[in-house]
Design a binder for this molecule. Structure first.
Ligand code: NAD
Ligand code: IPM
Ligand code: MN
Length: 391
C-alpha cells in the first residue's frame, strides 16, 4: 500500500455473504464524511474469508495480512457461510478472521448497544423494559476457548481449552474501567466463577485492577444470570466486561434487545494501531444477495473508526446523528420492519451526513417528511420505497 503523506490508510475487507453489501454503504458514508470534514482517506480492498479461500486457497492471504498490519485502520464486513462449512478448522473463513485479530493484537472488542429513540416499538421487549438500554460490552478477543491450546479432535472425542492469564484479564479490565469513566461509571464483570477456574482468576484479577479505578462501581454477575438480566432489565447495565465466548453470545442477545443484530457495530483495540472495525453480525446467508441487509452496524463501525483511529469525535458524532435521523424518519430495512433496501438506507445516511450527493438522488429524509406528502406517499417513503407515478 503506497503511503500518501497525510492520508489515512484504510484497508477494506468485505468478505462473504452480506459483508460486501454492508461495506459498500459504510464506504459511501466514510467518503461523504471525508468530504464534509476534509479528511484524506486512501482505501485498499483485499480478500478475506471464503472469498479469499476461493481465490487463493487460504482465508487470510499474506498480502491481506501484511496490508492490514501496515494500515491505519481495518474495516471488515463478515466472513463465512454454508459453502465453506465443511472445510477443516484452519481452512475455514472464520479461522482467517481469528488469525487476523491475533496478528493485529486487538484484545479489547468494544460492542456498544443503545436503543434508538425511535426503535422502542421494534424491540421484542416491552417498550418500558427496553427503554434506557445503553450499554457497552467489552469482550476479551484474543484468549479463552478461541485460542487456548491444546485443541483438536480424534474420531470420537474433541478438546478445546479455556485458558486465561492475569495479564490478558488485566489489560481488558483496564479498558473496561477506562471506558466506564466516560460513561456512567459502572462495570459489571461477567463470569462463571461458581464453576470455572478461569472465571475465578478472572474475578480476582478484575478485583485487583479495580483498585486503580476507585471512582468506578464494580459488580460481578454470573453469565447465566447476565443473559437473564439482559432481557429482564437491560437498563441496569453500563459497561459489561467478559471473556471471549461469553461476550460473543451476550452481544448477539443484546442485538435482539435493541431491535436487530444488524444495528450493532464494534471496534477492536490493542496497545497500538491499526485498530479493527467490524459489525457484530455475520454473513447472514439467509438474506445475502437480496440487497436488504441492514448496513447500520457497518456504518456505525465507521463512526467508531473515526473516533478511535482518527480521533475525530466531530465526524464520528455526525455519522451517529445521521443514522438516528434516518431511523427516526422510518427508513428501515426489513429486519426493523421496514421496506428499504441496503443502498437506500446508505444513501439517506450519506445525505444526512451532508458531504456528498446520494447515488440514487432521492430526497433527504427530513426534507421529504417536512414536505407534507400524502399519507400514502409518505408511508411508501418511510418504507424506503420510491413512490410510483400517480400513487
Ligand atoms: P448471522 O449474524 O450471519 O445471522 C444471524 C441472523 O441475523 C440471520 O437471521 C440474519 O439474517 C440476521 N442478520 C445478521 N446481520 C444482519 C443485517 N446486517 N441485516 C439484517 N439481518 C441481519 O449469524 P449466522 O447465520 O449464525 O452465521 C452466518 C455465518 O456468518 C457463519 O458462517 C458464521 O461463522 C459467520 N459469522 C461471521 C462473523 C464475522 O465475520 N464477524 C460474525 C458472526 C458470524
Ligand atoms: C463475532 C463472530 C466471530 C466470533 C466468528 C465469526 C469467528 O461470531 O465476531 O461475533 O465468534 O468472534
Ligand atoms: Mn458472534
Amino acid at each position: 500500500m503506497t503511503a500518501v503523506p497525510g492520508e489515512v490508510r484504510v484497508v477494506l475487507l468485505p468478505g462473504d455473504g452480506i459483508g460486501p453489501e454492508v461495506i459498500r454503504e459504510a464506504v459511501k458514508v466514510l467518503q461523504a464524511v471525508a468530504v464534509r470534514f476534509h479528511l484524506s482517506l486512501g482505501f485498499t480492498e483485499l480478500p478475506i474469508g471464503g472469498a479469499a479461500t476461493d481465490a487463493t486457497g487460504t482465508p487470510l492471504p499474506d498480502v491481506t495480512l501484511q496490508s492490514c498490519l501496515r494500515a491505519d485502520a481495518v474495516l471488515l464486513g463478515a466472513v463465512g457461510g454454508p459453502r465453506w462449512d465443511r472445510l477443516p478448522g484452519p481452512a475455514r473463513p472464520e479461522a482467517g478472521l481469528l488469525q487476523l485479530r491475533r496478528a493485529l493484537g486487538v484484545f479489547a472488542n468494544l460492542r456498544p448497544v443503545r436503543l434508538s429513540a425511535s426503535l422502542g416499538a421494534v424491540s421484542p421487549l416491552r417498550p418500558e423494559v427496553a427503554a434506557g438500554t445503553d450499554l457497552l460490552i467489552v469482550r476479551e478477543l484474543l484468549g479463552g476457548l478461541y485460542f487456548g491450546q491444546p485443541r483438536g479432535r480424534t474420531q470420537d472425542s474433541a478438546v478445546d481449552t479455556m485458558r486465561y492469564s492475569t495479564e490478558e484479564i488485566g489489560r481488558v479490565a483496564r479498558v473496561a474501567f477506562t471506558m466506564a469513566r466516560g460513561r456512567r461509571r459502572k462495570v459489571t464483570s461477567v463470569d462463571k466463577a461458581n464453576v470455572l477456574e478461569t472465571s475465578r482468576l478472572w474475578r480476582q484479577t478484575v478485583e485487583s485492577v479495580r483498585r486503580e479505578f476507585p471512582d468506578v462501581t464494580l459488580e460481578h454477575l454470573l453469565v447465566d444470570t447476565c443473559a437473564l438480566q439482559l432481557i429482564r432489565a437491560p437498563g441496569m447495565f453500563d459497561v459489561i466486561v467478559t471473556e471471549n465466548t461469553f461476550g460473543d453470545i451476550l452481544s448477539d442477545e443484546a442485538g435482539a434487545v435493541v431491535g436487530s443484530l444488524g444495528l450493532l457495530p464494534s471496534a477492536s483495540l490493542g496497545d497500538h494501531p491499526p485498530f479493527f472495525y467490524e459489525p457484530v453480525h455475520g454473513s447472514a446467508p439467509d438474506i445475502a444477495g437480496k440487497g436488504i441487509a441492514n448496513p447500520i452496524g457497518a456504518i456505525l463501525s465507521v463512526a467508531m473508526m473515526l473516533r478511535h483511529s482518527l480521533s475525530r469525535e466531530d465526524a464520528s458524532a455526525a455519522v451517529e446523528t445521521a443514522v438516528e435521523r434516518v431511523l427516526e424518519a422510518g427508513i428501515r430495512t426489513p429486519d426493523l420492519g421496514g421496506g428499504a433496501t441496503t443502498a437506500q438506507v446508505g444513501d439517506h445516511i450519506v445525505e444526512e451526513v451532508g458531504g456528498a450527493p446520494a447515488a440514487t438522488g432521492r430526497p433527504a429524509a427530513r426534507a421529504a417528511l417536512q414536505k407534507g406528502q400524502t399519507p400514502k406517499k409518505r408511508a411508501a417513503f418511510q418504507r424506503g420505497q420510491t413512490p410510483k407515478k400517480g400513487v
